[in-house]
Design a protein. Structure first.
Length: 644
């Protein structure tokens, strides 16, 4: 649709409209007798408003995230940084180990030593930094990895006097040049995802003396070095134009505060497990399982979306459990070389998992195949279960969940059910997985705590559709910052507004853009239905004593926020042979159980109070079964079960 196309950030009126080969000219800063560097006015953008610091930060961000400019790439691993700021994979794993992932400290792989290519001597420029990175493709069966040296140059050139100059207070022009040189010896060795060039350079000139009437003080240009006798193909021209457009677009969204140099703008992305570990495991799982699962898919839904999403979540869980328990997948257990990488065997075996509202069962299937013990349940059997081996089908149960306290107080209600139910009496320390569990999302931390109040189980909840504790569809109000007195008494408490905000005014296109921009911020995220549900899940978990973390998963879904509870405590327990600490130092099961019941009463009263005020709930609703889940009247408003 035309309305969804991004606006071109370049001034297209300056483009010549000619083929790139007809507009080439020698590069005044890079051309030498041995290297015929060229550039073009069509690869130059004037009037940019970005300060040099913004361009530098954007460039450093792209160093580790080349996927922003090429869909064939996953990421880039930093192998060397002359300033020691950008971290190598091993340094990332060690830093995560110091942050609580104790197992990563002993399993971190040794970084490969790759020598950088010698820097060019450029007149007027000073070499400021050298970085070596490794480009990692999405599909290693099609493309290979490639190392690349990136040289950062700086220069300050006296500006030329103009009619509009201000006089003697003029400053020098700031020039920033980054030269990218791949570690290849011939064009035949160049991977498909990289432009067919010997070297590529980006130059940014910033003139602080530009008159205020000018559109901007910055000029960005691309310079490149072709292979001998290599013509400029149409694909190369499109690639260079796209690279310049992407640089300008990303510079517009770059913010210099609140993040490390070159880091992600999102502080909850890759904050629990290093990116490269999850992506490497996902690549292995995709090659091993994706094709067969897609071929055997029997549901009416698109298989690739569900398969790839579940494989991504599986990869995250495998690396999460590696860091928490020290357990490894079956392939690594059977690998004789495993003992050579300083792997420390776990002191205790993996406690098992349960996937609540497991849906199509793909997540359970892959985890079982990878050697992790566990099972899953859902209110309705899926057709996909039939494609799995019998050993896996026996671990997928058609059941609904009813919390033990309510099953005990209302035993006669269970007799009216036509489907098997259980009360969540899993083995102690079972890891609870709640992947798009809908009605059970907010119940997840409560379920994990009720399993063993003295030592609540760890869990991961990936919210999707918003439901109340009763199972009815409900939109939680966005959390409101607590008052000073509330912070003093309960730092994690969140109060809710009683009235919704007035809607904004304006045309539909402007309102949509404002909404999209607002949701890029933390405050905007919490105002969305999904953000409010995530905040409510975290609030409930914190209220009953969990140390809660939030992380953005790299999965092909907009519902990609994960809430993790009890990770640090469990990691410490496994590290100290089970003699670790409990969240908030509270080991009194009765006190924890009372917290659970208090949270249930409080959340239920808030939800039902708001629904009743809006006349959205019939008062004398009969008990029935819908979508395989228990549906009670308003006197006992609890409905438990799996996702549809």
């Amino acid at each position: 649709m035309t309305g969804n196309k991004r606006t071109n950030p370049r001034d297209v009126t300056r483009l010549s409209g000619k083929p790139l080969a007809e507009t080439l000219e020698p590069s005044s800063i890079l051309e030498s007798s041995t290297e015929p560097w060229v550039t073009s006015q069509d690869l130059t953008e004037y009037g940019l408003t970005f300060k040099p610091e913004v361009i530098l930060d954007m460039t450093l961000f792209l160093l580790a995230n080349p996927n922003m400019s090429s869909s064939h790439l996953y990421r880039a691993d930093i192998l060397f940084d002359s300033l020691g700021v950008l971290k190598t994979p091993q340094q990332k794993e060690q830093s995560f180990a110091r942050a609580g992932n104790s197992k990563l400290e002993t399993t971190a792989a040794v970084d490969e030593n790759v020598e950088p290519i010698a820097a060019r001597e450029l007149p007027g420029f000073t070499l400021a930094r050298t970085v070596v990175r490794r480009l990692v493709p999405r599909n290693p069966n099609l493309d290979r990895v490639m190392d690349q040296t990136c040289h950062f140059y700086e220069a300050n050139t006296p500006c030329q006097p103009t009619d509009e100059s201000t006089g003697g207070d003029e400053q020098s022009i700031n020039r920033s040049l980054v030269v990218y040189t791949p570690h290849v010896t011939s064009k035949e060795d160049m991977p498909f995802y990289h432009p067919l060039l010997r070297s590529l350079a980006f130059l940014y000139d910033f003139n602080p003396n530009t008159p205020e009437t000018a559109p901007g003080a910055g000029t960005m240009s691309i310079h490149f070095l072709l292979f001998p006798d290599e013509p400029i193909q149409n694909r190369l021209e499109r690639t260079l134009q796209a690279l310049l457009t992407i640089q300008i677009r990303l510079a517009r969204g770059t913010r210099l505060t609140g993040k490390p140099e070159g880091g992600s703008q999102n502080p909850v992305k890759d904050n629990v497990i290093p990116q490269h570990l999850v992506q490497n495991t996902y690549t292995r799982l995709k090659a091993k399982y994706a094709s067969e699962l897609c071929q055997k898919w029997v549901e009416s839904t698109e298989p690739s979306k569900h398969v790839f999403e579940d494989l991504s979540i599986t990869a995250f869980l495998i690396e999460l459990w590696r860091s928490m328990y020290g357990v490894v997948p079956a392939d690594e257990q059977n690998n004789d070389n495993t003992t050579t990488n300083n792997q420390v065997p776990p002191k205790r075996s993996f406690p098992g998992f349960v996937d609540v509202a497991c849906g199509n069962g793909v997540l359970v299937y892959v985890l079982l195949m990878e050697g992790y013990t566990g099972w899953g349940f859902d209110a309705r059997r899926r057709k996909t279960w039939s494609i799995f081996p019998e050993s896996v089908q026996s671990r997928l149960h058609e059941e609904i969940y009813i919390p033990q306290p309510f099953a005990t107080t209302a035993p006669t209600l269970l007799d009216q059910l036509t489907i098997k139910s259980h009360t969540g009496t899993f083995p102690k320390d079972t890891f609870i997985i709640s992947n798009h569990a809908d009605e059970l999302t907010v119940w997840t931390p409560l379920m994990a705590t009720l399993l063993c109040p003295e030592s609540p189980s760890p869990f991961i909840a990936i919210p999707c559709c918003s439901h109340s504790l009763s199972g009815a569809r409900f939109r939680y109000p966005p959390p409101k910052a607590p008052k000073a007195s509330d912070k003093k008494n309960n730092p994690s408490s969140l109060t809710e507004p009683t009235e919704p905000e007035n809607p904004a005014t304006g045309d539909l296109k402007s309102l949509w853009k404002e909404k999209q921009d607002a949701q890029q911020t933390e405050a905007g995220f919490l105002k969305s239905m999904y953000g409010s549900l995530t905040a409510k899940t975290m609030s409930v978990a914190e209220e009953i004593g969990y140390d809660v973390e939030r992380t953005l998963l790299r999965i092909p879904s907009t519902r990609n926020m994960a809430v993790i509870g009890g990770r640090r405590r469990t990691t410490q327990e496994w590290k100290d042979k089970g003699q670790g600490v409990v969240a908030d130092g509270d080991r009194d099961g009765k006190v924890v159980l009372e917290r659970v019941m208090g949270a249930v009463r409080r959340v239920t009263s808030i939800v039902y109070g708001q629904i009743t005020e809006r006349s959205r709930l019939p008062r004398n609703r009969p008990m029935s079964e819908k979508r395989g889940m228990l549906k009670l009247d308003t006197v006992t408003p609890f409905r438990m079960g799996g996702q549809p």
